[in-house]
Design a protein around this ligand. Structure first.
Ligand SMILES: Nc1ncnc2c1ncn2[C@@H]1O[C@H](COP(=O)(O)OP(=O)(O)OP(=O)(O)O)[C@@H](O)[C@H]1O
Length: 285
């Protein structure tokens, strides 16, 4: 099911109790007037080849959408255009009604982004990085300090912080977690996370799931990309399948999945390749 689920109107609020002033936040109990994310005709070519071809997608508030597709399908390209990190050749992206290209500052306040491959200052500890990030995002020092400590604790990065470990020394999973912390720090309303579960241990994965569920229950919306179909089936209420830069199916999970599994639907829409008998015969011989 999609739509606003259990919105309380207060949890997940941004700094300074912005809910009352921010038109993008619906009052408690009110029907959602605008989509959390609306992509229309996003198109991008690299060296004359279309990586994203008129990608359109609507994400309601309170929903968790899984974006799936083969390697090179255009998921990252689409997500980066959706959040204002890659300029599209054509098309628009709106976050809670705010155009990410014409109103970037407002859009950035609403968005929390975990990009593919973090471009973060790395010669800082996780705590220092969050402090720097909070100041960049306009949070006051007290709020930044309190939230940073809480995020480090919840994401189990406190030990590393106490040892003075720099982000450059972090493991892959730890880097994913500190990236996630930067995405959450300013209490956005829309999370766009490129493969957030990749390299994250099972305990941290549970924490991440709890965070995302709480976030959507408060009326926020999440889009994740993932290659792990069972994870998407378990976690997401909506799914979009993308191949060759085009959205092949999207909507509520049950509708896209049909009678089989999500993997069945994926293979049906995207196609699959069997390995020939004669291929790689030199392996294991
Ligand atoms: N900066 C770039 N320059 C040139 N080509 C690019 C660039 N970024 C992406 N591409 C190409 O665009 C296509 C889509 O790439 P994209 O990274 O969006 O796919 P993806 O679905 O995220 O793949 P994966 O699941 O492997 O991460 C690919 O053919 C890729 O080679």
């Amino acid at each position: 099911m999609s739509g606003v689920r259990g919105a309380t109107g207060t949890s997940g609020e941004g700094p300074g109790g912005e809910a009352a002033r921010d038109p993008a936040r619906a009052p408690a109990g009110a029907p959602a007037a605008v989509a959390a994310l609306e992509l229309a005709g996003l198109t991008k070519s690299f060296q004359g080849r279309r990586a994203a071809d008129a990608v359109s997608l609507t994400v309601p508030p309170g929903s968790l959408t899984g974006l799936v597709g083969p390697n090179g399908a255009g998921k990252t390209t689409s997500l980066m255009m959706a959040v204002g990190l890659l300029r599209p050749d054509a098309g628009t992206a709106r976050v809670f009604g705010v155009d990410v290209w014409s109103r970037p500052e407002e859009a950035k306040r609403l968005l929390g982004v975990l990009p593919d491959g973090l471009a973060l200052p790395e010669r800082l500890t996780g705590g220092e990085l969050l402090t720097y990030w909070g100041l960049l995002r306009g949070l006051d020092a007290h709020t930044t300090r309190a939230r940073a400590a809480e995020l480090l604790r919840v994401l189990e990065l406190t030990d590393a912080e106490e040892r003075g470990t720099l982000v450059i020394e972090y493991s892959t999973g730890m880097r994913k977690k500190i990236g996630l912390a930067t995405a959450l720090l300013h209490a956005p309303r829309m999370l766009v996370l490129d493969e957030p579960y990749e390299a994250v241990d099972p305990v941290s994965a549970r924490v991440l799931t709890a965070i995302l569920r709480r976030f959507t229950a408060a009326g926020g919306a999440v889009v994740i990309s993932s290659h792990v179909m069972p994870l998407v089936e378990q976690l997401c209420d909506r799914v979009a399948i993308i191949a060759d830069g085009r959205v092949r199916a999207d909507g509520e999970l049950a509708g896209v999945r049909g009678a089989g599994t999500l993997e069945d639907a994926f293979v049906r829409l995207v196609g699959h390749r069997e390995m020939d008998e004669g291929e790689l015969t030199w392996l294991g011989g």
